[in-house]
Design a protein around this ligand. Structure first.
Ligand code: CA2
Length: 146
């Protein structure tokens, strides 16, 4: 039997993680987060695939490509607060997803308090730094195997 596959999708500027603004976003790079998720996936005997883009349409395309996956960990970055297109793609594919934010968006500017995605999400994890990705992946595996 093929192992269930989970996607970890990252939006704009998250390719810069660990290179600037460590007080806000921590010291870990996206490649470190990928490695951590791969370790968790191996432990739980599932497959994990990574994707990052700075472009809204590319993220929509990737979400559509993920329609047969068992779950999506999604940090849509600033598109979280603006993108009806990403919301519509998530609603269309109906794959369970957990929304992740490295920083505590509720301790930041008001415009970061609104998410176009949260009410569709299975869960939302904010302000836990890079750990949030690991928590989200573990949660999605639990949901997929329940
Ligand atoms: O806290 C998060 O994970 C965010 O999704 C990050 C987005 C921000 O627009 C959201 O409101 C919250 C920004 C990502 C920017 O990432 C950088 C990382 C290092 C240096 C500069 C930007």
């Amino acid at each position: 039997m093929t192992r269930p596959t989970f996607a970890v999708l990252n939006g704009p500027n998250l390719n810069l993680l660990g290179t600037r603004e460590p007080d806000l976003y921590g010291a870990e790079r996206l490649s470190d987060i990928q490695q951590r998720c791969e370790t968790v996936a191996a432990e739980l005997d599932v497959a994990v695939e990574f994707f990052q883009s700075n472009h809204e349409g590319a993220l929509v395309d990737e979400i559509q490509r993920r329609r047969a996956d068992s779950g999506i960990v999604l940090n849509a970055g600033a598109y979280t607060h603006t993108s009806i297109a990403i919301r519509d793609a998530l609603a269309a594919v109906q794959v369970p997803f957990v929304e992740v934010h490295v920083s505590n968006v509720f301790a930041r500017e008001d415009f970061r308090h609104r998410s176009y995605l949260s009410d569709l999400a299975s869960g939302v994890i904010v302000g836990c730094g890079a750990d949030g990705y690991e928590f989200a992946l573990r949660r999605l595996v639990v949901l997929a195997t329940a």
